[in-house]
Design a protein around this ligand. Structure first.
Ligand SMILES: Cc1cc2nc3c(=O)[nH]c(=O)nc-3n(C[C@H](O)[C@H](O)[C@H](O)COP(=O)(O)OP(=O)(O)OC[C@H]3O[C@@H](n4cnc5c(N)ncnc54)[C@H](O)[C@@H]3O)c2cc1C
Length: 384
């Protein structure tokens, strides 16, 4: 079920020019991908071939050792603009590589990076779960997983999955990360009936049952509890926000193209809406740009954790509002006719509406308020 990657052997570093061409092709195929039972398998073959899976590895354009988060966020936006489902899976790959960069041993890092470079391995990160929670059990010193993960984006495509669950043995207690080999998970463990969403169908975010898998020590990533380390955990929200904003950009472009096709751009009411819609999108770009800059300045610095988390939370919330606003305005611009199947907008609306539902939206807003309540000086004295 997972991608056949062992014949890839692509050692090229990331090529921006080819990447842009690939994104163009991904956008062209987005409707077909939405209907395909294979999901974005072809798209990830293309992304592999242009080196995009190694984008953040040492020596590549966005090597995590030399932070360049504004550009990373821009590229995530561009992928989201081409196809939000591809963007979700691609973002999961980047997020996993970031956790490896932060927490893996040298040996693990070399091994997982080699998987990407030599075999084109795609990584996923699956933390969400339902009633049958995932745990690391131990029987006579042999570790065994029990339980499932839900919302596993790219479940049928991912080669190495970062999963999380409780561990409780003599050496380790708490929320443990492990990166497991999906070739050892039988396709029958991926519940294809579990993903019947409003949108983001092509993300194939199925429920996966990991029961019976025996992780070895070399597959455990970091110490228990480290997954939730701040500011990395909350500040990471800017990466999915970037993909979301790409969806809003796609909506705005499709709206303008539709109005131009129908010769409706001279109308003053449409102009008013276009003005509001484009301002909202540009507003989103400014949030992302600044979020990227603060991330690079503050994430490893130690003295600005609260500021970084507050700004990332505000970025996420503002991007959500911007996306909702852009869809609302576009809806009024194009009317019912523009939401017929021959146009792209219906699919993008479904994808973006659904994908915007991310964890703890209310709690995020409350945390923003608490930051400014508990640190009144933040507004006047700090850089934002
Ligand atoms: C397309 C897509 C792909 C995804 N891919 C992945 C993936 O690859 N890996 C992964 O780990 N996860 C993934 N997720 C899951 C995601 O990270 C979130 O966990 C999930 O979207 C949150 O779902 P929800 O809106 O139902 O959350 P809920 O927590 O149910 O929130 C819904 C609403 O209820 C409110 N609420 C929450 N708790 C309470 C309460 N106790 N009382 C009252 N109100 C409450 C919230 O504030 C919110 O307003 C994906 C999600 C989507 C949509």
């Amino acid at each position: 079920m997972t991608q056949q990657t062992n014949t890839i052997h692509q050692n090229e570093t990331f090529s921006l020019e080819q990447f842009e061409q690939v994104l163009h092709d991904i956008a062209e195929r987005a409707s077909a991908c939405d209907q395909s039972p294979d999901g974005p398998r072809t798209e990830f073959r293309w992304l592999r071939a242009c080196g995009a899976l190694q984008l953040v590895l040492p020596g590549n354009l966005l090597d995590f050792n030399h932070p360049n988060t504004p550009l990373l966020l821009k590229l995530l936006r561009d992928v989201g603009k081409a196809n939000l489902s591809v963007g979700r899976i691609f973002e999961g790959h980047i997020n996993t590589l970031y956790l490896i960069h932060l927490y893996a041993t040298k040996r693990q890092r070399e091994q997982w990076y080699a998987g990407v470079i030599e075999h084109g391995h795609l990584f996923g990160i699956w933390n969400t779960q339902d009633q049958d929670v995932l745990t690391f059990e131990e029987n006579e010193h042999i570790m065994e997983l029990k339980g499932s993960k839900t919302f596993c984006s790219g479940a049928t495509l991912v080669n190495r999955a970062l999963i999380t669950g409780n561990i409780n043995n003599d050496d380790r207690q708490g929320w443990q990360m492990a990166i497991i080999d999906m070739d050892h998970i039988s396709p029958s463990r991926i519940d294809l009936e579990s993903w019947k969403p409003l949108g983001m169908k092509a993300s194939g975010s199925y429920k996966v049952d990991f029961s019976g898998y025996h992780p070895d020590d070399a597959e455990l990533l970091g110490q228990p509890g480290i997954y939730l380390n701040q500011p990395y955990f909350n500040a990471g929200a800017i990466r999915f926000a970037a993909v979301h904003l790409g969806g809003a950009e796609a909506v705005s472009q499709a709206t303008l193209a539709y109005l131009a096709e129908l010769g409706r751009t001279d109308d003053p009411f449409q102009k008013l809406r276009i003005s509001e819609m484009m301002s909202a999108v540009i507003n989103g770009r400014l949030w992302m740009e600044q979020a990227g800059r603060y991330f690079d300045s503050w994430v490893d610095e130690g003295g600005h954790d609260d500021d970084l988390i507050a700004f990332a939370n505000m970025t996420r919330v503002n991007i959500e509002e911007i996306c909702l606003k852009v869809m609302d305005i576009s809806n009024r611009c194009v009317g019912a006719r523009g939401l017929m199947e021959q146009y792209e907008l219906g699919r993008i609306f479904r994808d973006l509406t659904f994908y915007l539902r991310q964890p703890a939206p209310d709690a995020t807003r409350i945390k923003i308020a608490e930051f400014f309540i508990s640190q009144p000086a933040a507004f006047n004295e700090k850089s934002f």
